[in-house]
Design a binder for this molecule. Structure first.
Ligand code: UDP
Ligand code: MG
Length: 335
């Protein structure tokens, strides 16, 4: 039987995790149930065995306790195996995804959020589409953003528009980190050693054949989103810096253009002074120009600083996460 691993990063999800486990169990049970009319694999023997890998990203609520309960009580009678990894602190979702992918032993690996915004009920159909085609991964994107603050949607759209212009890597608008991949693609992703991980870019960068499946946005049934305006802004900058060097070129081009403008202005003033003398006025415009140039210089320095900072972090070669505890049945290096 093929093995399907499902990687679920969780950060303070005590309210939503029980719902997630219940929903996933329901999906897996009805998948196995010959009576149900769920999208079936060509033959029932192809329905995979399922393991779920929860990555507790340094939660400070009851998330870890809930995961421990899941693995300690075989009486729960779940239709899948559960394993978990718990970080020593909050390392962020990207680190969580990486840890989960490294832990996964499956021939097929899915990544999804714990908050049910990536509906577990889509899994059987994604799986069917993957194994009956020669795609390497089936990726999902949401076509609507209902329930999201309008300002957040607008900023997100703007981000995708900018990034799709300045980066060679394909980063799709509305793309979720909800994917089903073949082992070869997972191995490619975990072979990327970078510390600054922007998954949406990494998925695109490794290539492979991707099929996009659209679905309507689903709102969280419990708990709340971990993102606010500033964290999203920093995330957007991370994404741009990690997958494009265009801002550096823009800074240089802006510098060259400004030099050219200054040169023309200088020539103009020189000629005017020679022809009409030197009237001592115009200092307000001078101040404006100085402030403007100062601003541009700081901006360009800031852009360079961003890249330098990322390089600095990469050269330290710190591990992207540190595991504090993991479920007992963990077997090192085994798949
Ligand atoms: N998450 C995580 N570490 C973090 C923040 C979030 O592992 O530091 C997980 C979270 O538990 C959820 C997923 O990432 O499973 C998506 O988070 P969230 O729902 O807050 O993001 P949104 O759906 O609002 O983009
Ligand atoms: Mg969410």
């Amino acid at each position: 039987m093929p093995l399907l691993s499902i990687v679920v990063p969780c950060y303070n999800e005590q309210y939503v995790l029980p719902l997630f486990v219940e929903e996933l169990s329901r999906v897996v049970r009805s998948w196995r149930d010959p009576e149900s009319n769920i999208s079936r694999t060509p033959s029932p023997g192809d329905i995979p065995e399922v393991e779920v890998i929860f990555v507790d990203d340094g939660s400070i609520d009851g998330t870890l306790a809930f995961l421990k309960e899941l693995t300690e009580e075989p009486a729960c009678n779940l239709p899948f195996h559960v394993r978990w990894v718990s970080f020593s602190r909050n390392f962020g979702k990207e680190a969580g995804l990486l840890a989960g992918l490294k832990e996964a032993r499956g021939d097929f690996v899915a990544t999804m959020d714990a908050d049910m915004q990536d509906p577990p009920s889509l899994l059987p159909s994604l799986y069917l589409q993957l194994i009956t085609s020669d795609y390497d991964n089936i990726a999902t994107r949401r076509v609507s953003r209902t329930g999201e603050p309008p300002i957040r949607s607008a900023c997100a759209r703007l981000f995708y528009r900018i990034v799709s212009h300045i980066s060679q890597t394909e980063i799709v608008d509305g793309a979720r980190d909800f994917r089903l991949m073949r082992r070869s693609m997972v191995d490619a992703i975990i072979s990327m050693p970078e510390y600054n991980r922007f998954s949406k870019g990494i998925f695109g960068w490794v290539g492979f054949k991707t099929k996009w499946v659209a679905f309507e946005n689903v709102e969280r049934p419990a708990g709340e989103s971990h993102w606010n305006f500033w964290s999203l802004l920093l995330y957007a900058i991370d994404g741009i810096v990690a997958f494009s060097t265009a801002p550096l070129s823009i800074a240089s081009i802006a510098g060259v253009l400004l030099c050219f403008v200054a040169f023309v202005a200088l020539a103009f003033i020189l000629v005017r002074t020679l022809l009409f003398g030197d009237p001592v006025d115009g200092w307000p415009s001078l101040v404006c120009i100085i402030v403007f140039l100062g601003g541009i210089q700081l901006l360009c320095l800031g852009i360079m600083g961003q890249y330098l900072a990322k390089t600095y972090l990469e050269t330290k070669r710190r591990p992207p996460y540190i595991i504090r505890e993991q479920s007992p049945d963990h077997r090192e290096g085994e798949r």
